[in-house]
Design a protein around this ligand. Structure first.
Ligand code: MP5
Length: 199
């Protein structure tokens, strides 16, 4: 089964992760600043966790998947610098401790280190495809949020997600549905964490 079949096999879970109220509020400008700032600080932590996960995964993927994962790693390093700039502009402290959903997601990434390569690649594709679809739903975004919406909807990012799709399809996961639904639930919990912090 190609990984792109997964969202339509789990439509309710997919909708919860990619059409969350957080994203509608970024689109129409009703997002509380505190909710957005919580998301930003926690997402910077997530990206640092993802960088570590992806670096370890790169070491064990087959030859054809190496280039897309290596390119993604460089992009993650640049993205961390971008988060630092955005945090500085908004006067946010990126040293804030991880909230429970961020810690739980880090724990999931740690478990994926011990999973087979196919499962880990399906997880990585799901992580990135969720953000592509979620931020597309927020397009174009209210004043002040365009940079964030553009970051995860630009053509280069869609190309990266397509590259991860090919990598994941190259090494089928024994139970793709299980890892997909687990990652998607972690994504939904992440939006809810930001929302609960301020709404
Ligand atoms: C991504 C992210 C996408 N930044 N945060 C969460 C909670 N899920 C997925 O990763 P990237 O590296 O920002 O494209």
């Amino acid at each position: 089964m190609p990984v792109t079949d997964l969202p339509s096999r789990h439509p309710d879970a997919w909708r919860a992760a990619t059409r969350h109220a957080f994203l509608g509020a970024v689109r129409d400008g009703t997002i509380p600043v505190a909710a957005f700032d919580t998301w930003l600080v926690q997402d910077a932590r997530f990206v640092a966790d993802l960088l570590r996960f992806q670096a370890r995964l790169l070491a064990r993927v087959p030859r054809p998947a190496q280039a897309v994962l290596a390119g993604g790693l460089v992009a993650l390093v640049d993205e961390l610098a971008w988060f630092e700039e955005q945090a500085a502009l908004r006067g946010l402290d990126l040293g804030t401790p991880a909230l429970p959903a961020t810690a739980a997601y880090a724990e999931l990434l740690g478990r994926l280190d011990d999973a087979d390569v196919g499962t880990a690649l399906t997880a990585l594709w799901t992580i990135e495809r969720t953000y592509l679809d979620a931020w597309s739903h927020a397009r174009p975004g209210a004043e002040g949020y365009h940079a964030f919406v553009e970051h995860w909807t630009q053509p280069g990012f869609a190309d990266y997600v397509a590259g991860l799709e090919a990598a994941a399809d190259g090494v089928p996961a024994p139970d793709a549905d299980a890892v997909f639904t687990e990652v998607v639930a972690a994504e939904t919990a992440f939006w809810a964490m930001a929302q609960d912090s301020a709404w």
